[in-house]
Design a protein around this ligand. Structure first.
Ligand SMILES: O=C(O)[C@H](O)[C@@H](O)[C@H](O)[C@H](O)COP(=O)(O)O
Length: 250
């Protein structure tokens, strides 16, 4: 697994670089196998990035008809709810782009039976990837919380030990608690993972994740180690403040 750590002075600059990164990954994937499979995170960090991708010059740099979009986690709320990760992307990105509705694979986390919803989403994913195995996303974009959670994998939760299910229901400390999340096997099948992390409140956890010993039960973001993949961390100065000099020279 290759890891790059890239540090930027502002969220604006980080988002521009992330947009370039996604455009490049999309066009490489489309040239290689005819489509780009992308999983989006939730949270607030990627809002600016999503808006950039839906605007000039980026919106015309990807053939969106060849992009298949999923979510790496979703809150168990209606898709119109302000807390919905789908709603964020719908408002900021899809409302401005010509992406075929069939390419937008919303996670049905609002369904009452969360186990059935997890299975249905898994089956939809396998159908799109045309595989009975573990879908290998071209790119999974993730965030990280101040206690090193990522998607909805939180410290000391059983989801971190999941080895069979690809998507599972969880109840987490960050509101809203009920969610569906990608599990480690699905995350670690990815070709590329792009972490976007900003803010001083994440500096301590980031130092532990990137420079500390391997303790994924304490620092869940460490569990993301794609077997044949590449992980890129895009950080702002505040989030990277506690990293050693060697990390910042990468
Ligand atoms: O649904 C979610 O909340 C996200 O998937 C979550 O993992 C998020 O990426 C981190 O909590 C960082 O969130 P911020 O970008 O808001 O700091």
């Amino acid at each position: 697994m290759a890891v790059d750590v890239l540090i930027y002075p502002t969220t604006e600059k980080l988002s521009l670089e992330a947009a370039d990164f996604i455009v490049k990954a999309a066009n490489e994937a489309i040239a290689d196998h005819g489509r780009f499979t992308l999983a989006l995170s939730g949270g607030s960090t990627p809002r600016k990035l999503y808006g950039m991708l839906a605007g000039d010059p980026y919106k015309d740099q990807i053939d969106w008809s060849k992009v298949e979009i999923f979510w790496s986690d979703e809150r168990c709320v209606p898709p119109t709810d302000a807390e919905s990760n789908f709603q964020l992307a719908q408002e900021v990105m899809f409302s401005k782009l010509q992406i075929p509705a069939a390419n937008i694979h919303r996670c049905p986390a609002d369904e009452a039976d969360r186990d059935a919803a997890s299975l249905a989403y898994t089956q939809e994913m396998k159908r799109v990837f045309q595989t009975d195995g573990v879908p290998a996303f071209d790119l999974i974009q993730l965030g990280m919380g101040p206690e090193a959670h990522t998607c909805s994998l939180f410290p000391h939760q059983a989801s971190l030990q999941e080895e069979v299910r690809l998507i599972m229901p969880v109840t987490v400390p960050k509101p809203p608690p009920p969610r569906l999340t990608f599990t480690p096997p699905l995350l670690n099948a990815a070709r590329h993972v792009l972490f976007l992390v900003t803010g001083a409140e994440k500096a301590e956890a980031l130092q532990a994740v990137l420079e500390g010993s391997y303790q994924p039960d304490e620092y869940p973001a460490q569990i993301v180690r794609p077997t044949n993949g590449h992980v890129t961390w895009m950080l702002d100065n505040a989030a990277a403040a506690r990293l050693s000099q060697k990390e910042q020279e990468r």
